[in-house]
Design a binder for this molecule. Structure first.
Ligand SMILES: NC(=O)c1ccc[n+]([C@@H]2O[C@H](COP(=O)([O-])OP(=O)(O)OC[C@H]3O[C@@H](n4cnc5c(N)ncnc54)[C@H](OP(=O)(O)O)[C@@H]3O)[C@@H](O)[C@H]2O)c1
Length: 337
């Protein structure tokens, strides 16, 4: 089978497409013929060596994919050949609290990922795809969508009438807009682009703030919430945006700390305690969260936003396109029809 592998860490150009032996499912495992993968910011960090400079190489990158079951190993009875499936981001995290062992099972870094024609996965990691979603759409769910779901619904305990702030219009933030609306919350979205803000409004955001032309976006958030601040912030900016987020959240509100897109910076922790802010780190989520999210997606017939689908032989171009930040929605690679 064909697979992309990283033999060294150095960005998208380090990906090499090569012929590798087809994997065989062992006890409790399933062979999946992959049809599509979707890219996350993390896949760029992995390729660049930022995610883990000591990664064991070679490794097949990319965590999120969708395909169909081809064969099952001894004792694997949850799934049957032909079933359409996606995998959880961390196959060992089925439910309950995160442990170091569960975190280490993440695909496309510590374990081989899915940028390949086939993959063998533990059957317990796999979840059937909702009937209304294509392979391309389903491939967008394991990382970005579960992260947004965990931040807002599981950890954020969002209620109808709450206000949510999303930062930028990357994969996580767009799912956050969709889930917040589904939960009956009001969304204030930020972006560096007016055009993307218009699209975020079309997706369900009530208000949009351009964080480039309005660098004091925290003040605008407070104005839009009658001086109160929002209940939950989907914090993908990290240290560079956290100081403003502590001003934009209401006393007792939640900042779900997800990403570090704004780079480094000083962060003063005092407002966190003075305002009783819940600063909650998020690491994607468990299979149980993926299943809960899929139930909601099915009931509401929700469709992920896909920006562009690249063919398998253009995987490097797809990663570079993600790196450019031009996308609105998920960047997908179709592996085979
Ligand atoms: N902790 C976890 O479990 C977890 C899971 C998934 C992702 N993440 C992290 O979350 C972040 C987002 O991931 P993603 O896959 O959604 O990324 P992505 O799709 O590549 O999103 C990039 C977008 O983020 C926005 N952005 C960039 N810098 C920003 C800034 N300083 N302030 C506000 N927005 C900014 C831009 O939106 P505009 O073009 O609209 O300005 C950009 O297009 C990354 O840091 C990623 O590593 C963490």
């Amino acid at each position: 089978m064909k697979a992309y592998r990283l033999h060294e860490l150095g960005g998208p150009d380090a990906l090499q497409c090569e012929e590798v032996p087809s994997p065989t499912p062992g006890p409790g495992e399933v062979l999946v013929r992959l049809r599509a993968v979707s890219l996350n910011h993390r896949d760029l960090l992995v390729a660049k060596g930022v995610y883990n400079p000591k990664l064991k190489l070679p490794v097949i990158p990319v965590s999120d994919g969708a395909g169909e079951v081809v064969a099952t190993g001894a004792g694997a009875t949850r799934l049957r050949p032909g079933q359409r499936v996606i995998s959880g981001f961390t196959p060992a995290w089925l439910d309950g609290p995160l442990t170091e062992e569960k975190a280490r099972s993440s695909l496309g870094a510590e374990a081989n990922g899915l940028l390949a024609e086939e993959a063998v996965l533990p059957e317990q990691a796999l979840v059937p795809i909702p009937a209304h979603l294509s392979f391309e759409e389903a491939a967008t769910l394991p990382c970005a969508a579960v992260t947004a779901w965990n931040a807002l619904i599981e950890t954020g305990r969002l209620k109808p009438g709450d206000a949510v702030l999303t930062q930028g219009t990357g994969g996580v933030s767009l799912f956050a807009i969709q889930f917040a609306r589904l939960a009956g919350a009001r969304v204030i979205a930020t972006s560096s682009s007016e055009e993307k803000l218009a699209r975020a409004r079309a997706l369900g955001a009530c208000d949009g703030i351009n964080y480039k032309s309005t660098p004091d976006w925290d003040k605008r958030v407070r104005e839009l919430t009658q001086g109160q601040g929002v209940d939950v912030i989907v914090e993908v900016g990290g240290a560079g945006t956290l100081p403003k987020s502590t001003r934009a959240v209401r006393p007792g509100g939640t900042i779900a700390l997800i990403g570090v897109l704004s780079g480094g910076g000083e962060f003063n922790p005092i407002p966190v305690l003075m305002k009783h802010i819940r600063l909650q780190g998020i690491f994607v989520g468990s299979r149980r969260m993926l299943e809960s999210m899929i139930r909601a997606i099915e009931i509401h017939q929700l469709r992920p936003v896909i920006d562009r689908v690249f063919p398998f032989d253009q995987a490097v171009a797809a990663l570079k396109y993600l790196e450019s930040g031009a996308h609105f929605g998920k960047v997908v690679i179709r592996i085979q029809d």
